[in-house]
Design a protein. Structure first.
Length: 415
């Protein structure tokens, strides 16, 4: 009982700390946290449990290693990890190009908020679709007609295909399945690739499994079913024409099913099938509170990241920044400029100061509206291209004096 009370107090203190942190942030940071939490959560629920999630976890671990090495002052380690991290964005785009394209294809600004909040849910097959697949598979088994149904879930199956087959993109029906897997048909030896509850491609060639533990009597069709489920989270229904049996395959494991009812129940449990229940759609509040644990973890993680980057402003460093004059009028020239560099005191969190690269900074003085004579320009934060999250604590000198002289007119006819 005491342990439960202590856990409850700990959770309450954590929630209170997060609430105070968010409450004390400026309004612009609150919007920043809300937007980034939404984006991170949508990416998370789309790739959780997939190969992409494992790859992304490795990239995040690499970034955390770089931050740790930077904070600990490990120069060589942080230099190496920093070089790899600099290419992380390109690496992510290359690795996840299909996932990124698939997500962008679903972006529609006209969608209501409730639909946007529901993004990323696993594809839900309709009950009628699964019933058709189950009944047809059993009918094929009775006729000793081989068939292979690959049902895509979160992982994209298309990049794993040895041959993409023929694009169909049609509603699943018993007549369509009979046509595809009829013995004389050119596509009957390949697999039917089902995406989003629709027959997406037919005649697909799948990667074969090299698992030596598979029984000797399993042929190419079943080895292909195991192979695709070893490389993705897809589930497969395989009909054997030799034995007249129906098998289901998940995560490289084969199970026999005896009848259409058992097959339908198996598919329903894994593909979260739903029919038209007539229920009203969930409200925005219900969508926000659903799956609240990962959503809360996302908000806490984003808030902590913001807190690390811009939350603490108690360290200062001094750097020398060159002065650059821009938009100099064509008829003016700088006669006397005694200040070439400005000493600047920069304040911010230790993490942000570690990332600061002085060679990328400059004091920019805009002379667009300048006229001839002695001019004085004050130096402030707006003249320095300082990264977000850092502040100017002071400058020396605080002003720059210039003598601008008008260029002598060039006589006409002389070049």
């Amino acid at each position: 009982m005491n342990v439960s009370v202590e856990i409850a107090k700990f959770i309450e203190s954590v929630l209170s700390w997060v609430g105070n942190l968010v409450w004390d942030l400026p309004w612009r940071h609150s919007i920043d946290v809300a937007l980034m939490s939404f984006i991170v959560y949508q990416v998370y629920i789309r790739i959780r449990g997939t190969r992409a999630m494992r790859i992304l976890a490795g990239i995040v671990a690499l970034g955390l290693g770089y931050l740790t090495a930077q904070a600990a002052g490990l120069f060589l380690t942080s230099w190496v990890l920093g070089g790899i991290w600099a290419a992380a964005l390109i690496l992510v785009i290359v690795i996840f190009q299909r996932e990124i394209r698939h997500m962008l294809e679903q972006v529609n600004p006209s969608l209501p908020l409730t639909t946007l909040l529901g993004w990323g849910s696993q594809v839900q097959f309709r009950e009628e679709t699964l019933a058709t697949l189950a009944q047809t598979a059993m009918a094929f088994a009775a006729k000793r007609r081989g068939a292979l149904f690959v049902l895509e879930r979160s992982d994209f199956v298309e990049p794993l295909l040895k041959s993409p087959g023929t694009l169909i993109d049609a509603q699943i029906s018993e007549e369509l399945l009979e046509t595809i897997f009829a013995d004389p048909a050119p596509l009957h030896d390949g697999a039917l690739y089902v995406r989003g509850g629709r027959a997406y491609r037919a005649g697909c060639v799948l990667p074969l499994s090299d698992n030596p533990q598979l029984a000797y009597f399993y042929g190419t069709r079943h080895r292909a079913a195991v192979g695709i489920t070893e490389q993705s989270d897809a589930v497969v229904v395989a009909v054997s024409e030799e034995r007249g049996t129906v098998s289901v395959v998940e995560e490289g494991t084969i199970h026999l099913v005896d009848n259409a009812t058992e097959l339908l129940a198996w598919l329903t449990a894994r593909l979260r099938a739903r029919g038209d229940t007539g229920k009203r759609p969930e409200s925005a509040i219900a969508l926000i509170t659903r799956n609240w644990r990962p959503k809360l973890a996302t908000v806490v993680g984003v808030s902590l990241l913001l807190f690390v980057l811009v939350g603490q402003k108690n360290d200062e460093v001094g750097i020398s920044i060159p002065v650059v004059f821009v938009n100099i009028p064509k008829d003016l020239t700088i006669e006397d400029n005694r200040v070439q560099e400005v000493q600047v005191r920069v304040r911010g969190s230790r993490m942000m100061l570690n990332f600061l690269d002085p060679s990328q900074l400059q004091v920019s003085i805009d002379l667009n509206r300048a006229s001839a004579g002695f001019k004085r320009y004050s130096i402030s934060a707006k003249n320095i291209n300082l990264p977000v999250g850092l502040q100017i604590a002071g400058t020396n000198p605080s002003q720059i004096e210039l003598h601008l002289r008008r260029k002598p007119a060039t006589p006409e006819g002389k070049g």
